[in-house]
Design a protein around this ligand. Sequence first.
Ligand code: GLN
Length: 486
Amino acid sequence: MATELFHSSVVELSDKLAKKEVSAVELAQMYLDRIDANKDLNAFLDVRPEVTLAQARAADEKIAVGQAGRLTGVPIAHKDIFVTKQWASTAASKMLEGYMSPFDATVVKNLDNAGMVCLGKLNCDEFAMGGSNENSAYGRVLNPWDKNSVPGGSSGGSAAAVAASLAPIATGTDTGGSIRQPAAFTGITGLKPTYGRPSRWGMIAFASSLDTAGLMARSAEDCAFVFNDMIEFDPKDSTCVNLPKEDFTRHLNAGVKGKKIGVPRAWFAEGLDSELAASIDEVIKTYERMGAQIVDIELPTVKMGVPVYYVVACAEASSNLSRFDGVRYGHRAAKYTDIQDMMRKSRSEGFGPEPQRRIMIGTYVLSHGYYDAYYIQAQRVRRLIANEFNSVFQDVDAIISPVATGTAYNFGEKSDPVSAYLSDLYTVPVSLAGLPGMGLPCGIHSNGRPMGFQLICPSFHEADLLGMAHAYQLETDWHKKVPMGY
Ligand code: GLN
């Protein structure tokens, strides 16, 4: 159970800073020391204590003169998909090794403006492609619950850092599950917002119609507080929706009485681990006890999610990654004969196997003669999936489902792409429909690894989603469990 200062939630740290029980510099130093002592997890790719401590000193000055906001001095770490001026931005790829961005991503800038202190950049799958963090060009991240198992991905560094209390909260990105699944694999809480709510400006692009910035923390409450300052309409991202400012904490204490929660039983595929299935049944019972009404729903088209996702995501990736040609962006080969050879060598050296595979798939599905059969067809089915969710949401306020078929798996267990891709069955349909979803802890498996469930809401209903998640966390204490030794 969480008991030490470094186990504190964002809300607790914010209170302690306001009461001057601890300074921002002390907090930053404490986490920097923990990051240093737990380097074996390989969660961080770039740590610059002098930059972090300078931010912390500035936060302390604001606190001293009474100019602090709620988050001033609270530490955070950023997934290395967000570009940052003061830390290298690599997307965990050799292609961008040592790259220093001339600007900060909007999400980073917003949290910086709120006074949060950045602890460094977090490891992830290369260009956020993967679900195990085994695809990072800088080595895999270990799951602090069991170092033989993956932390999930692609935001595996974010997940491991929060689970091991190397940071109280971290940013992540979710294109097809990369926040929800690593949260479930490490017993923490992950929020994937509605597509179009957070700004994508300064997020290194994987699949632009799916990429969504979000948060990974101990609790839904912490996600809500930080989300408030992460979100602001950004004219620099043409898909960012201009909505009135809202307080995402406003439904935290609303409870779930009278809420209708849909359970798509048929989607709980045969491959679902039986202990995980039982723990999700417990979640459903808990919501029922709290006053929610549980209704059976059907989502027959979601089973098309995985093939549709891998056509659309790879198509967009092949286009997005074309900018890394050794001229406009990225690594350039040392020796070459002509420009063709230079680009071929630069891209072969810079990209790891997974981005290369996806560029090939994407180029294929977009090529003349296959475009209609694959890409256009996938877009059609994507629309059907979105319509299906939208029609179910006429009747229910939220949907409960698994996040993955089991707990974190062992390194190497899903090294063939097909089994890796198939394991995304519960997360990618939600992404294709652009919906907000969370991964939330709901138990510890007999194998010692955390179990999680997914809560999904209609588009732009994050405040409701966070409220329903918080209601569960008031009833249970799975989110308070920490891995032994951390
Ligand atoms: N596992 C999925 C993939 O490999 C999701 C990745 C993500 O959300 N960034 O594409």
